[in-house]
Design a protein around this ligand. Structure first.
Ligand code: PLP
Length: 398
């Protein structure tokens, strides 16, 4: 038997791993309601037609070779324009690198900055690859608290306590996966002040920036234009193309403090060749064309969010805050009938045939005793799912 690398041992992706027992049940003919994966295309959302056509047209037009490593100039120009219009930022196309989704951007960034023993401050709970890839590099993800009673806002005092000389960067995810929290400018500015005092790079993952139900999303970099900030964004969610794998990193580097990290990032970009050529061409059309689908998506999701929020809070043994953005809800399991949130999720799967993701998969400290549900399915599916969960809870608790 050949041995895999030691560092691969820590890679386990909770969101996809719960699919294994679900598939087993499906093989036995049992229909599972899947509330586990953040892919709108798996539900009743579809990629806008003009974006699909642009992909096909790109292939016909001959964009079938390798693209530039940093991305097509026209796409980076459109991203610069979006940043100007939406966030008042004055980026240059050389500040932007197009990647194979935000997931590749974060992999490249962490490869570019982390040495063994370094620490990365991550929101607790967080999008899991920030933890996994940090550990892969022999560095340590350090979760900072986000406060459920305050709609999962970051605990700035906790961040202050956890900064030390090994801290390389702090990750902000706004709106957040899995909590759906939207951060007001005040909180973001407090985090930025801490980062400035301690000379830490700020990374802001804004992949859900246009999926906001009330209030407004403030881009982190727009709140401190004079600071070194790296923004990650992408098309998977807002443009309904998660499988096409296009995202980008933007370097706000007004004083040149990010020069060396940026150089490393772009060297890594060249070593992995490029993001998909045709998908990049289609994203030019996505940014230039109608944005109407975003309004429709947000309206649909708001109704589903309202319903899920109300319904979950009616169930004995569960409670939840109200998400303000993204497409997740992160309820609390109020009883200790289960040894862990993972056992709860597996029990619900086995006995109610609804699939969630356990909260500890997003953070062993601040995610435990919770689970994540997507609010993407049509209302009647969400209704059926939580009816089943309610029945199940009644059987177990009463
Ligand atoms: C916060 C966050 N960042 C990044 C991603 C992945 O995005 P991409 O499809 O661009 O890799 C996700 C997907 O769920 C996410 O929730």
């Amino acid at each position: 038997m050949f041995e895999p690398s030691e560092k691969s041992g820590g890679i386990a992706y909770a969101i996809r791993e719960v699919l294994v027992p679900a598939r087993k049940l499906e093989k036995n003919g049992i229909k599972i309601i899947k509330m586990n994966i953040g892919d709108p295309i798996a539900y009743d959302f579809d990629t806008p037609h003009h974006i699909k056509e642009a992909l096909y047209q790109a292939a016909l037009d001959g964009y079938n070779g390798y693209a530039p490593s940093e991305g097509y100039e026209e796409l980076r120009e459109e991203i610069v324009k979006r940043e100007k219009k939406r966030n008042g930022m004055g980026y240059d196309i050389d500040d932007i690198c197009v990647t194979t989704g935000v997931t590749e951007a974060l992999q490249m960034f962490l490869a570019a900055v982390l040495n063994a023993g370094d620490e990365l401050l991550v929101p607790g709970p967080t999008y899991p690859p920030y933890n996994l890839i940090t550990s892969f590099h022999g560095a340590k993800p350090v979760p900072y608290a986000t406060i459920e009673e305050e709609n999962w806002q970051p605990d700035v005092e906790d961040i202050r306590k956890k900064i030390n000389r090994r801290t390389k960067a702090i990750i902000i995810i706004n709106p957040n996966n899995p909590t759906g929290a939207l951060y007001p400018p005040k909180v973001i500015k407090e985090i930025l002040d801490l980062a400035a005092e301690n000379n830490i790079i700020v990374v802001s993952d804004e992949i859900y920036d246009d999926i906001v139900f009330e209030g407004r999303h403030y881009s982190t970099a727009s709140l401190a234009k004079d600071m070194p900030i790296i923004t990650f964004n992408g098309f998977s969610k807002v443009y309904l193309v998660p499988g096409w794998r296009v995202g980008y990193a933007i370097f706000n580097n007004p004083n040149g403090e990010l020069d060396k990290v940026k150089d490393a990032f772009f060297r890594i970009a060249r070593a992995r060749l490029c993001a998909s050529s045709v998908a990049q061409r289609a994203m030019i059309a996505a940014l230039r064309g109608s944005q109407q689908h975003i309004v429709e998506m947000v309206n649909k999701l708001r109704k589903r969010r309202d319903f899920a929020y109300k319904r979950i809070n009616e169930i004995n043994g569960l409670s939840t805050t109200k998400p303000q953005g993204a497409f997740y809800i992160f309820p609390k399991i109020e009883t200790n009938k289960w040894k862990s949130d993972k056992e709860f999720v597996l029990d619900v799967l086995e006995n109610a045939h609804v699939l969630f993701v356990h909260g500890s998969g997003f953070c062993p400290v601040y995610g435990k005793n919770h689970f994540r549900a997507v609010i993407l399915p049509p209302l009647e599916v969400i209704e059926e799912a939580f009816n089943r969960v309610e029945e199940f809870m009644k059987r177990v608790i009463e």
